[in-house]
Design a protein around this ligand. Structure first.
Ligand SMILES: Cc1cc2nc3c(=O)[nH]c(=O)nc-3n(C[C@H](O)[C@H](O)[C@H](O)COP(=O)(O)O)c2cc1C
Length: 336
């Protein structure tokens, strides 16, 4: 039986942090939570990898109690293995919900007929959802999808109806097709049209970048929540900004560059201390993409990009922070 997920009660319009592979790790999620993200989802993991008991995969889906409500996202192409993986997740870590990925456009995923590939076969997709819903005891199952495979096959309405009928309790729609990848405008109008037809909550996703965007979706559409991806990657303070704007009608003071560096250094220290990092020792080069995304909104980001390319150890990163703040103080970099 479908019950209302509690974070949608009283038209709360929750803010989700979008699942982002290699970015929304446990440390980053905690930071977003403290900034006001209401619902978190792990990056996607392959159901077969969970079943193989790969410790790295189980570390990827780990979460802390303070992160609840917390979803774990899985992908796959086979109802049996996705159901078994969902059952195992429920038994071992009891997430608040399990999210099924039908949106990933990456070739390595679509070539195994998983992710967005299943949008080309709505009845198979619905059969997977139904099997997973039946295969868990009482964990809500949700879905994340795109509008369709390409502009000639927009299936969002049909798929949302099928997954609701199959027992999914919410559906997040990224307002782009698989063919669009991550570029072009996200189509919120189509998401809204789907939301008007459905009784389960429909969460809007794609290019939500500001408090004004969230207020627009909340006030002018039938969507039940907003899911924020790349805008939070470089600026996780966005969640606090949206909530402040909602409450007071004005934007809060942004964090200072020194505060941003403190956060970034704290983040790097925590990630380095995680078991997963053992194989890298003191070498933090593997997390460069994470550091680049956290500095991309800082003044002088282009120069920083080059400097980050030379960072190997935590001490180098700390020295870079000191140098960058000094350059800002002496106007070597113009602070915007
Ligand atoms: C680096 C990166 C990794 C992503 N990984 C996932 C993922 O694991 N699962 C998923 O459903 N979507 C994933 N996405 C898609 C996002 O969740 C989101 O749907 C997309 O970025 C659109 O939202 P945005 O415009 O707010 O970024 C990823 C996106 C990016 C940029």
């Amino acid at each position: 039986m479908t019950t209302m997920l509690p974070w949608f009660a009283n038209n709360a319009f929750p803010l989700y942090l979008a699942p982002m592979a290699r970015f929304t790790d446990i440390t980053f999620r905690s930071f977003c939570k403290r900034q006001g993200a209401d619902v978190l989802v792990t990056e996607f993991v392959m159901s077969d990898a969970l079943l193989r008991d790969d410790p790295k995969i189980w570390e990827t889906v780990a979460f802390t109690e303070e992160q609840r409500p917390m979803g774990v996202q899985i992908f796959g192409s086979c109802a049996k293995s996705m159901t078994a993986a969902a059952h195992l997740l429920e038994e071992r870590i009891q997430p608040d919900f399990i999210d099924l990925n039908f949106g990933c456009p990456a070739d390595r995923v679509t070539c195994m007929d998983a992710g967005s590939s299943l949008l080309r076969n709505p009845s198979k997709l619905a059969a997977i959802v139904e099997a997973v819903v039946k295969g868990v005891e009482d964990t809500p199952i949700t879905v994340k999808m795109r509008l369709g495979w390409n502009n000639e096959s927009i299936v969002a309405n049909e798929v949302a109806r099928l997954v609701e009928e199959a027992g999914a309790q919410a559906v997040a729609i990224h307002g782009r097709t698989k063919a669009q990848g991550y570029s072009g405008e996200a189509d919120w109008e189509t998401i809204d049209a789907v939301a008007r037809e459905r009784s389960i909550p429909v969460i809007a996703n794609g290019n939500i970048c500001s408090a004004a965007d969230v207020l627009h979706l909340e006030q002018k559409t039938a969507c039940a929540g907003a899911m924020i991806g790349r805008a939070a990657q470089g600026y996780p303070w966005l969640f606090a900004e949206i909530k402040h704007y909602r409450e007071h009608g004005i934007l809060p003071e942004p964090p200072t560059i020194a505060q941003r560096w403190d956060t970034l250094l704290d983040y790097a220290r925590q990630v380095m201390a995680r078991p997963h990092n053992e194989e890298y020792g003191n070498d933090l080069r593997w997390m460069r993409p994470k550091l680049l995304s956290l500095t991309k909104e800082m003044p002088g980001a282009r120069r920083l990009r080059g400097d980050l390319g030379k960072v190997v150890q935590l001490a180098d990163l700390e020295a870079l922070a000191t140098k960058h703040l000094r350059q800002l103080a002496t106007n070597e970099i113009i602070s915007e």
